[in-house]
Design a protein around this ligand. Sequence first.
Ligand code: NAD
Length: 428
Amino acid sequence: MSSPHEVPSYLTPPGIGAWGVYLEQIDRVTPYLGTLARWVETMKRPKRILIVDVPIERDDGTVAHFEGYRVQHNTSRGPGKGGVRFHQDVSLAEVMALSAWMTIKNAAVNVPYGGAKGGIRVNPKTLSKAELERMTRRYTSEINIIIGPNKDIPAPDVNTNEQIMAWMMDTYSMNQGSTASGVVTGKPVSLGGSLGRHDATGRGVFVVGCEAAVKRGLEIKGARIAVQGFGNVGGVAARLFADAGAKVVAVQDHAATVVRSSGLNIPALQAYVAQNGSVAGFPEAEQLDNAASFWSLDCDILVPAALEQQIDRDNAAQIRASIVLEGANGPTTPEADDILHDKGILLVPDVIANAGGVTVSYFEWVQDFSSFFWTEDEINSRLTRIMREAFAAVWALAEEKKVTLRTAAFIVGCTRVLQAREMRGLYP
Ligand code: NAD
């Protein structure tokens, strides 16, 4: 599909995918930015893009090359911050969109960062552990010129985890000649990681989901939850909802969909996935043959926590949930936003719902700088407070302006970024 937006010459208009979704979201918020709209073009242009070739020697002696990216969308409010994704569908347009959503998110929850994101176009499941390490280290060396504790701080995203962050931290530190724990977040706790970071995104999703449920008069105890994506975000969110007495009636991952109307046993499912790599074949559930029918399952809260553009004009009309809680980044297209809104479904947007991860990443970075570490209770209670306050502020603005929660969150985020832009002024 061609794009209605002007796109830079380094993107080919057909297939700009997630970047096109982001541009449309910016168009929707522009009328609410008042005089700051003068600066809105800033939001439509990533500040800096680095494309790197990542060559590695395979275990069999051959050489493989992978495309790597790091995009710093905006640094008006502070250093770049955002995850690194290893996935076979990673593209420049996708990383641009993910970096831009980080800009909005960091401003919406008011952590002092700009927005950035990185990725390698690779299916990491095809690599051995040694190959994965070599690829991670070479990628880190290649982007070394633009990252750093005060410049741009990567973190985990799809298919990256504590181990990948440890290799990135070590590689950067080796190049610097001293240990720089603040260069990445989401590290193992033994290397300057933060207690609570592993669960933080899913915990934030859960906290904001509970706030949204209150607004809807929905009891969490007994509520039926369906989750797409059972990794870091979806897995933790599912566990916390189940712990709170909700019934997780369906889980979908890249390989299969499992359903159980009385509620899946989440710890058992997590143990099964750890062993088998997917929910496929989980014995204590029914398997759904048609993946698309996941969207029409009867549930109260639907949590997309996998990839972008999963809820689109083709399946939005089938959704029966009362609340859509975006654990993933960019899971809903603008057309689907409108359909859900017309159906009276409450959508809690990614830039608020999944901001718990970057919030605790911020705590980790602060702890690394001060070399003073907080307790898990302290971290979780600060996280909960920030998430609740961000949700309440966005809710109040949405009511005042009569806009969706997404537009309200974008108003808060864009206003903070563009105020900083205006105050700093243009250099030179
Ligand atoms: P992950 O790699 O831990 O898990 C991804 C999950 O999605 C896996 O269960 C995988 O099987 C599933 N999946 C992949 N393709 C799928 C498909 N086509 N259909 C259904 N399921 C599919 O990744 P994660 O860290 O949980 O990230 C998930 C989403 O949350 C991404 O959009 C990511 O950008 C976003 N996010 C992550 C964090 C974080 O801290 N990890 C923070 C904010 C947002």
